[in-house]
Unconditional design. Structure first.
Length: 302
């Protein structure tokens, strides 16, 4: 199996580097068995900027292609790792060329790594005899050498394409779960909530500490053990067991004082999230009375 990439940004380069190691291990295994078994290798990269193609190719010991047609011709599985907004455009160009007999798309697998788009972006693939899959790592990709070791992946699409992706990633030790295309947007919202929105909450806490006279650096140092400990407890025990604080205790008076320190949207954020936490608290403490806290949090203005 040969895999190529259209797009040489952070996502494509990171996955290419990750699968590069798989190629070496697979090839070695094949040699030991006198050529028996399937092998895997990277065919190469195409980017609109050839220098980017060359950098990615050099980094993964693969080829730098001058056009995307070469990627498709030289690959069994093609990862379209462009920005989300142009994945559909790239596929439409490929589809039209395939319809006109200008590209050998039959039997090939086309994948993208978008968290919000499903495999349905590959419209018309079945008529061409091609297969489509959306595969997404549940991890922030912050650089061109992001390591996917232990990362959870989700996939949706044609059975043949999903099976191929599972084959690659399972040999790297990555769990892969199938998701319905109709759930992709909600799935991406969940990932963004856990990864991105929490950053806004931490910044809100940092700003409050800065108003108390601490520098941002000092405030972050103060909060770090709290943040790390909470995340560790959530991951090991679940949200209910990890929850502590005034909402968990049903301490309406303390929550009221907290609300009085806030105005505008910050106050509303605190109020609404406290209501969300109250649901978690009730799971943890089934017999505890939260009626006073519930009444407090129903009121927008205190």
């Amino acid at each position: 199996m040969k895999a190529g990439f259209i797009g040489a940004g952070k996502a494509g380069c990171s996955l290419g580097r990750y699968l590069r190691d798989l190629r070496l291990k697979e090839s070695a295994a094949a040699d030991e068995n006198s050529g028996a078994g399937r092998t895997f290798e990277l065919s190469g990269f195409y980017s609109k900027t050839f220098e980017h193609s060359k950098e990615a190719a050099d980094d993964t010991k693969s080829a730098a292609f001058s056009n995307f047609e070469q990627v498709i011709s030289e690959s069994d599985i093609i990862f379209i790792t462009t920005p989300d907004r142009v994945i559909g455009e790239v596929w439409e160009t490929i589809r039209k060329k395939g319809e006109q007999g200008e590209l050998p798309v039959k039997g090939r697998i086309f994948c993208h790594l978008s968290g919000s788009l499903s495999s349905e972006v590959f419209r018309g693939r079945k008529e061409l005899g091609a297969f489509g899959c959306a595969v997404h790592p549940m991890q922030a990709i912050s650089s061109r050498d992001t390591d996917f070791s232990g990362t959870f992946f989700t996939a949706d699409g044609d059975a043949e394409a999903v099976a191929a992706v599972k084959e690659l990633l399972s040999q790297k030790g990555n769990p892969v779960s199938v998701i319905e295309p109709s759930c992709k947007k909600k799935y991406h919202m969940a990932a963004s909530t856990a990864s991105n929105l929490v950053v806004g909450l931490i910044q809100m806490a940092l700003d409050a500490l800065e108003e108390c006279g601490f520098s941002q650096d000092t405030a972050l140092a103060m909060l770090t053990p709290l943040i790390e400990g909470n995340v560790k407890n959530i991951c090991e025990k679940g949200t209910a067991a990890a929850l502590t604080g005034p909402v968990e205790r049903g301490d309406a008076e303390t929550v009221k004082v907290h609300l009085q320190q806030l105005t505008g949207e910050r106050r509303e954020i605190y109020r609404l999230l406290s209501r969300q936490l109250m649901g978690v608290a009730r799971v943890k403490n089934e017999t505890r009375d939260y009626s006073n806290l519930e009444t407090l949090l129903e009121e927008k203005d205190q």
